[in-house]
Design a protein around this ligand. Sequence first.
Ligand SMILES: CC(C)(COP(=O)(O)OP(=O)(O)OC[C@H]1O[C@@H](n2cnc3c(N)ncnc32)[C@H](O)[C@@H]1OP(=O)(O)O)[C@@H](O)C(=O)NCCC(=O)NCCS
Length: 165
Amino acid sequence: MMLTIRPLASGSHSDRANVLRIFLEAPSYTALVEGRQPSEEDVEDFFNGKPDSKDAADKSVFGFYAGPAMVGCADVIRSYPAGDCLWIGLLLFSEAHQGRGHGTTALALINEIAKDWGCRRLQLAAISTNPRALGFWQHEGFETVRHTTNPRFIGEVIVMERPVK
Ligand SMILES: CC(C)(COP(=O)(O)OP(=O)(O)OC[C@H]1O[C@@H](n2cnc3c(N)ncnc32)[C@H](O)[C@@H]1OP(=O)(O)O)[C@@H](O)C(=O)NCCC(=O)NCCS
């Protein structure tokens, strides 16, 4: 089924409920990277979490829809960590909707937004304990640019990058 993208609003109860549902329908993600169940805090972080150096206006959140149903979501930060970068915070699909090509389509839609915003590069962080995600990003042309750590995550933080196409 065709996937469409729509901006989400932090103040919308239904958008927040849909994002919580996606996290709850994808429990393997938080289990793998943080060793815990998804919670309401994930929703808050998804909508409002950002580096201290960035303005709230630089953060955007999107839902991905298969027909009327939201099946995934993504948050992005404009001009981070450098002016020509779009940072992908989290791309997440409910488990029933993973492995069906939605990830590729969602990334193409994010790539279009990056192009509209004049960004040259896409960057993100994947966690070493989430090998499926690492494989997905590599398959999509991302290469590792650096390794770092963050006490929040079980594994190593692997920063990856791809040019905007
Ligand atoms: C990671 C995620 C977004 C990928 O989306 P997806 O819809 O499941 O992936 P797709 O079905 O679109 O896969 C796209 C392509 O990548 C390939 N791919 C996916 N995972 C792969 C892997 N581990 N190794 C190699 N190739 C992989 C697929 O084979 C497919 O290739 P094809 O189109 O040539 O057949 C999704 O699985 C997800 O939401 N995972 C949980 C959250 C998460 O880990 N997010 C990333 C955090 S960094």
